[in-house]
Design a binder for this molecule. Structure first.
Ligand code: ADP
Length: 213
């Protein structure tokens, strides 16, 4: 697939638009949606199918807690409470992970960005790397609660779920508006069966609007 990429650069103070024909742009994706939307499952499938890493901040943090690392000690209680860990910490974890060479052909981010400062930081990190295409899964609130109730993770107890959903509407939903304004977001109906959602994601990712810049 050929994609036309337009890059703005500065040469001797003047703004210059440089056009290059880029073959096979990296598949830089963010899977976005409320807890229980199926992001993690879809991100696993997509990453496997395309041979790119899935980067789940929730998994990274749970691993840190399980391994009792310094970061793990810092975030353990936050995770149990269903609150968000600090932007600075999570941004530096993701920045470090995106430096790994396995992300060169693309990656799927699951669970990041969750706040406007995180989204802004990600834009800066990827400015020279083709940006990111956001796939947002929209799921009804009662379906989210039903899915989380059957999942049974440690932070899936009823009162923690309630807190995580409240945090989602307060902190994370505005991120979708940020991306809507920026462009490069595809909104999909996540209420459908897994395979249907996977097929919709494949079709959307194929359009690769990361070439819009
Ligand atoms: P879910 O699958 O319910 O969306 P995750 O596995 O993505 O949950 O995240 C679990 C917990 O990890 C969150 O409730 C939060 O405490 C923490 N966490 C994960 N990603 C982030 C992030 N980008 N910013 C802040 N906290 C995060």
């Amino acid at each position: 697939m050929d994609n036309l990429s337009v890059t703005a650069t500065r040469a001797s103070g003047a703004r210059v638009i440089r056009r290059t024909l880029v073959k096979d742009l990296p598949l830089n994706l963010v899977f976005f949606g409320p807890p229980g939307a199926g992001k993690g499952t879809q991100a696993d499938r997509f990453a496997e199918r395309h041979g790119i890493p899935k980067i789940s901040t929730g998994d990274m943090l749970r691993k840190a807690v399980a391994e009792k690392t310094r970061v793990g000690a810092l975030v353990r209680e936050t995770l149990q409470a269903g609150a968000l860990v600090g932007d600075d910490l999570i941004i530096s974890l993701v920045a470090e992970r995106l430096e790994e060479p396995d992300t060169a052909n693309g990656f799927v981010l699951d669970g990041f960005p969750r706040t406007i400062p995180q989204a802004a930081a990600l834009e800066a990190m990827l400015a020279e790397r083709g940006g990111v295409h956001v796939i947002a899964l929209v799921v009804h609130a009662d379906e989210v609660i039903r899915r989380l109730a059957v999942r049974g993770r440690e932070d899936d107890e009823a009162f923690v779920i309630k807190e995580r959903l409240a945090v989602y509407s307060r902190e994370t939903e505005p991120v979708l508006e940020f991306y809507r304004r920026r462009g490069g977001v595809t909104i999909l109906d996540g209420n459908r069966p897994l395979d249907e959602v996977s097929a919709a994601i494949e079709a959307a990712a194929g359009k690769n609007p990361t070439s819009r810049k």
